[in-house]
Write a protein of this length. Sequence first.
Length: 530
Amino acid sequence: MASSAQVYQSIANINLWFKLQTGDQLVLTDVPSIIPLRWTYFSQSWNMILPVLQAKVSGYKFSDLFAQQLIDFTNFVNVQRNNTSVVNPLSDSSVLYRFYTVFDNITIKSINLSNQEQTLVTNATTTVSQYSRNDFLALQSNITAYRDAQADILGLTDATYNSTFNRSAITAQTTAQVQDIEYLETLQASLQTIDFILANLFAVDVAVDPFALARANANNPDIDIGQYSSGTLVRFQYGDDLESLANRYLGDPNKWIDIAIANGLQPPYIDEIGQNVPLQSNGSGNQINIAATDASGNDNSQKFYVNQTIFLQSNTQPFPDQRVIVSIDVISATGDLVLTLDGNSNLSMYTTAANASVLVYAPDTINSALFILIPSPNPLPNQRQDTVPWFLAKSAEDEKRMGIDLLIGPNDDLVFTPNHDLSLSYSLQNASQAMKLKVVTELGELRYHTGFGLVNVIGNKNNDISTVKTAIVNSLTNQVAQDSRFDRIEALTVDYVAQANSPSALVVEMNVRLAGSSQVVPISFSVNYT
């Protein structure tokens, strides 16, 4: 398992990568190798730096942790100023994670870098800007293992998670405090960022959709983005407003409405406070009940929607329980809501006697827990970096050219390995599977790929067989020509077969030559005709 120092370096690299995409200011935690060189700076200037950082506490996402670490770092500086036995107190690798939030709020731009420090920044940005998919997978693995171990230590492990991933949790060693929860949230936020990067920038053969996260935030897959064709994702900071974002990124505060439209936001646009809605009755299983209206007579049904993230809390449960709404039912007699939530079936712990409630944010709003998209009329550059997997590293070039996909079984279902992972299709097998998909898909059936598939000839008259055959030949020729994995069709026959007790059919046999190879893929299938 990775050490604390390695995990914080991983988080630093993720933040640095994102900021290199967005142009946001760098802070010390983005290039932590600078911190050990800054003892003189902190020792001599901490009394002036402290008030500036204290003013930022309320606006920082993990405010409780930040406030505590400011106190701890002040004591640390005061003690170490008089410690003659340690030349450089910041050289200890534990300093970074002990006072992470302090360094996370000091911009590199605000300090005068030495030549050595500037070299460290240059080297870090150069390395991180060249990250591939495998680099992010390695970061993901390190942070996940460390997060799970910390959850075990704090007694916050999840039985369902442990069972799913076949892991055994260790006995809790301490009681979790608010600062510990915020610490775990820092790790989880980094993992969510990696998931988004992997899904949108390194997906195999999938076009980058810059509005994917914006649509998810707004729970609206049909956002109309008008004249914009791309965008940049930035984390919405506490205290930001749409006008300041528009001025910062679009050069005009009046373009705030463009940001609102691109993210599917509606008034009040920003909701950092949310609203606590009390439970109507005790929770049961995976369900909770909410009254039809709140104390002011407002309709509660307008505050909830499927796939919404909510937070359960009560006097007896010290930490909020984050859940997602799976379904919403309305009791016809009273209008009360029955919310079915994901996760463990243990909601009976939330009782009205303990003032159980649900924290929700206004629909179609943004807050500092989310990313916001800054739209742009410029096409999004394709930053995907394809890498050859290890099992194809020594294969011939024509085999690599066949691509990689999920393996589909004879009944058109996904195939799994003995280890319960998804099986992959590659090399000649994937070429054969690709051709099969072309002929079993009807042309025009796929909304976003209307040119993919075989022409439909069902319903044509029997006295026009030659025209039907020509349509099939042309359709197959076009499918092969559009796919870079194939060179050409070497042989193709289409025969009409009349059958007495079943529909007539056209039997197709063809040989397709692979691109850059002498290998030929034989394909045969029949097409229902009448």
